[in-house]
Design a protein around this ligand. Structure first.
Ligand SMILES: Cc1cc2nc3c(=O)[nH]c(=O)nc-3n(C[C@H](O)[C@H](O)[C@H](O)COP(=O)(O)OP(=O)(O)OC[C@H]3O[C@@H](n4cnc5c(N)ncnc54)[C@H](O)[C@@H]3O)c2cc1C
Length: 404
């Protein structure tokens, strides 16, 4: 009899793991896939273009009903797993008990909701799934409607630009002094701010949100300094937390995320975790590239092969049409680092490179990101850039020609 594999969460990480597993050993397991959302795996990162009207939801679905049927995967979409009973080796949902031999937890993250008055009013949404996008689109249908986006990070800005494109008046409230401070230095953050303001998006820095006001639904956002912004829609984009509830309740070892070893095994060797809910060597990840690596490792572990998760350095791109932002590695330039800067305010181009011991360790690009992948390769390889350092900022073509 085949082993029973139960997967909790039909998101990007588990979708990729299933692809690996089905390609390598299509008959190894009887698979049951639970997903709280009403549909199967889709490309979550493309929700921003869907919100902006540049893509349709159907186009970002990565696994349709046919895909699962062909692979004999039992889909339980729209069904939230509420409990793992490790002694009996079953997972429970509201209406069912499902036995497993191996269990994979891939529950992703939950948006962090500011604990303020009014947070539960209708009209207050997060930006995590297709449901949230539908709620935002409904709010944008009202003519001249106001949106307040709490959070000037990647998600908040993608939401803000998309809602602006949909015709809303948009204010971004950001706690810090410049935008996307986790990925950009103040200078690049300033370029980005200017670009968004030119599109009509207002940005309020050092904003301490005090309350969301409204009777039946959200009507305004009040800041600590007394500023009041009208709001038909409030988007909470203030961060995410690994979704670890069922793992913690089942007494698996959980810190910030569900702690896994190099093979994605949790503290129970029959249970694996991967994706944003997993914590590996004190780190949780919020971008897909390392999660895809986890997916490959998890599929091999399930098949009894030796595999180790070794995350590579990743890059960040902002998905706002016409705005080119790229960030990778250590862009802050701590001790023993040497920055190289290129700044062209009228051309809207800014580039910063951080070198340590003649190696590129980080970069921030605004305006011209065409060579981002090449810079990322240089960062990952750790190769010396001494021979091309004078031309580094001018891109691959020139730097390599000069070096030849
Ligand atoms: C709008 C947006 C834009 C993004 N842009 C980028 C980008 O440009 N680049 C990038 O690298 N990353 C981006 N990300 C992040 C990326 O989408 C995530 O890192 C990735 O989706 C995480 O994959 P995951 O499988 O861990 O979690 P998810 O894809 O979130 O999947 C988890 C699934 O598990 C379900 N679930 C949770 N608990 C249960 C339960 N108890 N029972 C059943 N189902 C459950 C959830 O409903 C969800 O469907 C973006 C995210 C968003 C929201």
């Amino acid at each position: 009899m085949r082993e029973r594999l139960v997967i909790v969460g039909s998101g990007m990480a588990s979708g990729r793991m299933l692809e690996h597993l089905c390609a390598a050993a299509p008959d190894a397991f009887d698979v049951t896939l639970f997903g709280a959302e009403p549909h199967g795996n889709y490309n979550r990162i493309m929700l921003s273009p869907v919100l902006a009207g540049e893509e349709k939801f159907g186009d970002i679905v990565t696994h349709d009903a046919d895909w699962y049927t062909k692979r004999k995967i039992a889909c339980r979409f729209g069904e939230t797993v509420t409990k793992i009973d490790r002694e009996r080796k079953v997972v429970l949902s509201r209406n069912s008990e499902t036995p497993y031999d191996k269990l994979v937890i891939a529950t992703g993250s939950v948006p962090f909701v500011l604990p303020i008055a009014g947070k539960d009013l209708p009209g207050v949404v997060a930006f995590r799934d297709h449901n949230d996008v539908q709620a935002m689109l409904a709010a944008a249908e009202k003519p001249d409607a106001n949106a307040v986006v709490i959070g000037g990070g990647l998600l908040g800005l993608e939401a803000a630009a998309a809602l602006k494109k949909r015709g809303m008046n948009v204010v971004v409230l950001h706690l810090m002094g410049h935008l996307m401070e986790l990925q950009l230095d103040p200078m690049a953050g300033g370029y980005l701010q200017q670009e968004l303001e030119q599109r009509g998006i207002k940005v309020h820095f050092r904003a301490q949100t005090k309350a969301i006001l409204g009777n039946e639904r959200a009507e305004a956002v009040l800041l600590d300094d007394g500023t009041l912004y009208p709001a038909d829609l409030v988007v909470m984009a203030a961060g995410i937390r690994p979704e670890v509830r069922i793992a913690r309740d089942a007494a698996l070892y959980v810190e910030r995320g569900i702690v896994v070893d190099d093979g994605m095994r949790t503290s129970d060797s029959d249970i694996l975790a991967l994706g944003e809910c997993a914590e590996h060597r004190d780190r949780c990840y919020g971008f897909v590239e390392p999660l895809y690596e986890m997916a490959s490792v998890a599929s091999q572990t399930l098949l009894g092969k030796e595999a180790r998760f070794q995350p590579a350095k990743t890059a960040t791109n902002l998905k706002v049409t016409g705005v080119h932002v790229f960030s990778a590695g250590d862009f802050t330039g701590a001790e023993n680092c040497e920055p190289i800067l290129l700044s062209d305010p009228s051309g809207g181009v800014y580039k910063k490179f951080i070198l340590r011991d003649d190696k590129l360790v980080g970069t921030v690009l605004f305006g011209d990101t065409a060579d981002g992948a090449w810079y990322l390769d240089l960062i990952r390889s750790g190769a010396s850039v001494a021979a091309i350092r004078d031309d580094l900022a001018f891109g691959r073509a020139l730097a390599m020609r000069e070096a030849a």
